[in-house]
Every structure is written in C-alpha cells, then in structure tokens.
Ligand binder design. Structure first.
Ligand SMILES: Nc1nc2c(ncn2[C@@H]2O[C@H](COP(=O)(O)OP(=O)(O)OP(=O)(O)O)[C@@H](O)[C@H]2O)c(=O)[nH]1
Ligand SMILES: [Mg+2]
Length: 262
C-alpha cells in the first residue's frame, strides 16, 4: 500500500474507473502517473500503471486491425486456399451463389471474396483468398490472418505447394479434388452435430450447429440463457425414442430437444 499520494491522484484514479473508452482510460492513467511522487516506495505502482497503459495501447491497435478485417459470420469460417486457376472462384460461386469472375485467367481474384454456405439452414462463411505464390506467407499478411482465424482450410490445386506456404499455420485442412462432394466434405470436416430445438407442443425448428461432444447445457445456452438458468429437464428424441435428460447429457447428430424450465 503506497501512502502519501496527493489527493488529486485519487480523483484521477476515480476518472480511470469511470472511463469507458481505452483512450479515456489511458488519459486518466497518464494523469495518475504524473501525480505520483517518484521514489522507491512508489516504483511498483508506477510499473503497474505503465503496464496498464501499454496493454490498453496494444488492445487499441488490435481492435483497429480487426476493424479492417472481414467480420466472422455464421457458425464457422472456411477458407479456400489454392494455386492459380484451381477453381476457387468457381467453387465459391457454386456453393454460395456469389458471382465473382471465374475464367481461365490465373490470379484473377485479387482480394478475399466472401460468401455464405447454407447447409440445411446452418450458415457457414466461405472465403476465397487470392491464389498462392512463392513467399505468400511473408507478403500477404491480411490473407494470412484470415487463414489464422479459419476453422477449416480447403486446399485446391497443388497440394504440396499450398501446404508449404501454410507451414507453421497449424489449421485443420482438407484437400479437395472432387467439387461435386465439396459441401458434404466441408460439413464433415467441421465436425458439427445438427440439433433441432423444439418448443413445447410445437414441431421442431430448423437445425442448429453444435460442436461434437456438446451437451444439453451448450444447446440451451445457444438458444436462451433462461433455458439453463431455470432448467428442470430436457426431453430428447433420438432414433424414434424419447427420454428425459439433464444438462450434462451429450448430444448427437439429429437429436430433437425440448427444454422444460421452472
Ligand atoms: N476446377 C474446376 N474448374 C472448373 C470447373 N468448371 C469450370 N471450371 C473452370 O476452371 C477455371 C477455374 O478458374 P477460377 O475459378 O477462376 O480459379 P481460381 O482458383 O479462382 O483462380 P484465380 O484466378 O487465381 O483466382 C475457370 O475457367 C472455370 O470456369 C470445375 O468443375 N472444376
Ligand atoms: Mg479466383
């Protein structure tokens, strides 16, 4: 506990606690810093405040970078990564209904193109990245950050070449050769289960996607927090059978679930 701090310090500290934006917080912290008498007994406090300031600045930078990026939408982000003319635009168009130019010209796509796959009502974001070339990883920072944020990379064209440029990225990937199976393979590789929520006394609603191994609790959280907070039991239909289950029950693909609350 540092003693002999001036009164203004505490009002600056109050300003800091009231501050909403990172800029306001930084301003208040700097004021606090200027009001601390500098001696051995205050060293720790000074270091703490400096650290807070640098963290806030870092956070601000990160947010700015994020704003320039593509917003994540849907249940998952899938990225098409491939050598020139491997059919990325063709596939993006056929899976999402987009209309980006797809011709025999290589490197036609110059910036990331975004579309949305509809898989039985479940939305999956699909992004085509400009074609890969030697040194891509170093030169295409924005594209690399999209790859980093993906749940699945779909590799098209020269597999070896693509994997080399992705070195160290450590994302789940599939290599796609047969376009006719693209949608199914993407869905399978994402490893979701489809679960159908059912309001009491009504028909099941459209499917929702959950990670494999997800429980009744996770399904409830996704629909309405009330379902978990006031949970009594859930009624579950699976392969023609009905049972009463609790929050920790693990769901499977095709389950129909009805929440009962108090
Ligand atoms: N791979 C593939 N290509 C097809 C198919 N049908 C047509 N194509 C043609 O194959 C070429 C692939 O081009 P794009 O879809 O532009 O390839 P890309 O990977 O986006 O290449 P970039 O120009 O580098 O962005 C085009 O001429 C397509 O019209 C198909 O079923 N599979
Ligand atoms: Mg293209």
């Amino acid at each position: 506990m540092v003693t002999n701090l001036p009164g203004e310090y505490f009002s600056a500290e109050e300003e800091y606690h009231k501050a909403k934006s990172p800029e306001e917080k930084i301003r208040a912290l700097k004021k606090m810093l200027s009001l601390i008498p500098k001696h051995k007994g205050t060293e720790k406090l000074v270091a703490q405040i400096r650290r807070k300031i640098s963290l806030l600045k870092e956070e601000g930078k990160r947010k700015k970078r994020g704003r320039k990026g593509i917003k994540k939408e849907g249940e998952a982000r899938v990225v098409l990564f491939g050598t020139p003319n491997s059919g990325k635009s063709f596939l993006l168009n056929s899976l999402t209904g987009k209309n980006v130019p797809s011709t025999p010209k290589p490197f036609e796509t110059q910036k990331p193109e975004v579309g949305m796959i509809d898989y039985e009502g479940i939305k999956i974001q699909l992004i085509e990245l400009p074609s890969v070339f030697p040194g891509y990883g170093r030169k295409r920072g924005k594209e690399m950050s999209i790859l980093y944020s993906s749940d699945l990379v779909v590799i098209l064209g020269d597999e070896e070449f693509c994997l080399k440029e992705m070195e160290g990225l450590d994302r789940p990937f599939i290599v796609l050769r047969d376009f006719s199976k693209a949608k199914e393979r993407i869905w399978k590789a994402l490893g979701f289960v489809k679960v159908y929520p059912k309001p009491i006394g009504k028909k099941p609603e459209k499917a929702m996607a959950l990670r494999k191994g997800a429980t009744v609790k996770e399904a409830g959280e996704k629909i309405h927090k009330d379902f978990v907070e006031n949970f009594r039991f859930a009624k579950l239909w699976r392969k023609g059978k009905v049972k009463k289950v609790g929050l920790n029950y693990v769901l499977e693909d095709g389950d129909v679930i009805e929440f009962h609350t108090s």
